[in-house]
Design a protein around this ligand. Structure first.
Ligand code: NAP
Length: 313
């Protein structure tokens, strides 16, 4: 077990965490970023980002995160492939325990642990996870070349996944529980032009069907008249939103009813002085790469100023 003192620990490595690392390292705080088990965060699963400023031709989520990471490393931010599994924010320095039993004593902490894909909660979903059920078209779409698949959800993620899959698969069913999509207009317009995407309106997934080879179909129930329908698909992509990664902060940081960290006013301050939050973990509203990056910059600026005003005795 190693014990190490740091001025600024950043937990999480999405656009919020890496941007905080750029600002904190330029401010001389020598931050250490603990990447967690998914370096780069959820956005690395996105095939193409067309709305991050500075990339006129668009960029892959993975490419974007590699660029932001490199920028942080240019200013000597340390990026560590380790997860923080326990925290104690009751006294300063704050204690962070890593999965390898290392202990970090941090003068300040920026939490940017992001969010994870929400699951439907069906038993059959669990059973066929990795055998036809996925939350990442960019990662797993390749296996369904020229096959029929279903995407569940009506938000930007589901529509983007459906669009990506439509270029690989024979047919893509988009299963939407209401009679409207939640996705942005530009994405909806593109989707409507794709001949091999069929929207199944007002349908809810009831059961994922399959055998020992994996998924073979999806049973749907109408939200209108409860009528059940089976569709033949070999892949089911679940894209029904996210849940914030705040389990290890429960009881220490103030969370809202959905589990997002509550920040004060227009700042990154949490209820614990010296602990700041950035990115999707504190944003149930915008959840864009650019807003996460912006909040990472704010958190590092708040952190730098706070450390100046509150030196550790
Ligand atoms: P979202 O906007 O919350 O949409 C979730 C979708 O899943 C909604 O259509 C919802 O239906 C449906 N849903 C939820 N629970 C369900 C269930 N149990 N069964 C069936 N359907 C269910 O989530 P998201 O699409 O992941 O987007 C999250 C945020 O990231 C948004 O702010 C989005 O704009 C952003 N985002 C942006 C981009 C981009 O700009 N390129 C890409 C991806 C995501 P209801 O509408 O009926 O609630």
């Amino acid at each position: 077990m190693n014990t190490e003192k740091v001025r600024c620990a950043i937990i999480g490595s999405g656009p919020g965490g890496y941007t905080a690392a750029i600002y904190a390292s330029r401010a001389g705080l020598k931050p250490i970023v603990f990447t967690g088990s998914a370096p780069g965060g959820q956005i690395t699963m996105t095939d193409k980002i067309d709305n991050f400023p500075g990339y006129p031709e668009g960029i892959s989520g993975f490419g974007l995160m590699e660029d932001i990471k490199k920028q942080a490393e240019r200013f000597n931010a340390e990026i560590r492939s380790e997860s923080i599994v326990k925290v104690d924010f009751s006294k300063r320095p704050f204690t962070l325990c890593t999965e390898n039993d290392n202990v970090i004593l941090a003068e300040s902490v920026i939490v940017s642990t992001g969010a994870s894909a929400r699951w439907l909660g069906l038993e059959s979903e669990n059973k066929f996870r990795g055998m036809g059920v996925s939350t990442c078209a960019t990662c797993d779409g390749f296996f369904y070349r020229k096959k029929d698949v279903a995407v569940i959800g009506g938000g930007d993620t589901a529509c983007s996944e459906a669009l990506y899959l439509s270029s690989l698969c024979n047919k893509v069913y988009l299963v939407v529980r209401r009679d409207v999509l939640r996705a942005s207009k530009v994405v909806q317009d593109t989707l409507m032009k794709k001949e091999n995407i069929e929207i199944l309106w007002q349908q809810k997934p009831l059961e994922i069907l399959g055998d020992e080879s994996g998924v073979t179909g999806l049973r749907l129930v109408s939200s209108v008249d409860e009528k059940q329908t089976d569709i033949n698909v070999l892949g089911v992509f679940v894209a029904i939103g996210n849940i914030p990664n705040t389990e290890i902060f429960k009881g220490q940081l103030d969370l809202d009813e959905s589990g997002y960290i509550i920040t004060k006013g227009n700042t990154s301050y949490t209820n614990i002085a010296g602990v700041f939050a950035a990115g999707d973990v504190q944003d149930s509203r915008y959840k864009q790469a650019i807003t996460a990056a912006g909040s990472g910059a704010k958190a590092a600026i708040d952190c730098e100023r706070w450390l100046m005003e509150n030196p550790l005795q």
